[in-house]
Write a protein that binds this ligand. Sequence first.
Ligand SMILES: [Zn+2]
Length: 240
Amino acid sequence: MKKAEMIAIPQVSSMVVVAAVTAMLSCCITQTAFAHTAPHMTPFSSYRYNVPNATIQLSDHKTKSLWLAAINKWNGTHAFTFKIVKSGAQIHADSFSSLSKTYSTTTGITYSKICGSQLLSAHVRLNNASLGKYKYTTAQRTNVAEHELGHAMGLLHNPNAKSVMYYKNRYVSIQPVDVSAIQKDYRFLEFSDTFGSSPVQEHTFYDPVTPQKATIQADSLNVLTHSTTHIDFTKVNPGK
Ligand SMILES: [Zn+2]
């Protein structure tokens, strides 16, 4: 155990520093020295599970298949393993439906409980109402579920859109930059929490809607263009 503690101390320090630096420089991260090392590596929080696996409970029939698809996707990366159990899980995955002012533009939420550098548990939720209102496809809803599971493992938002952890991700599944972040931060198989006496804190992510890409709008534009052309033609030829 002593050995594990000795290994853990520098890792915790580096994670805290990376998280702090990333938060400060997130807007200009691609223009700094990081650009030559890992420009779009998905940032990791200062907390994680003891090992790169966690139990998860799916208690909601409406979204069970979405969560299963997202779990299979992450498990397929072999960077982290979610084990489905029926009770007493570290992670609870379900959904709710609300278009109230607070949630109308929220697709997914992750509530994490943390003690020092130790991730204790997480509750990941999809908002069926906003996903329906903004016409998210099954694949896009799965992307949102993958995003929430990313938070449940300790990932933060990636300022780059080519990451499942882009803050309002809709179109992108798990990318190498996301897998690398998990591999890097869970590289020590055993992780001993050096802040065991810290109070339990909560960290919540509210992930916003991304409106649908404008395929329908583009069609409307074509119709408008045609009719405008027709009207112009009429004007240019005022019935000579
Ligand atoms: Zn998020």
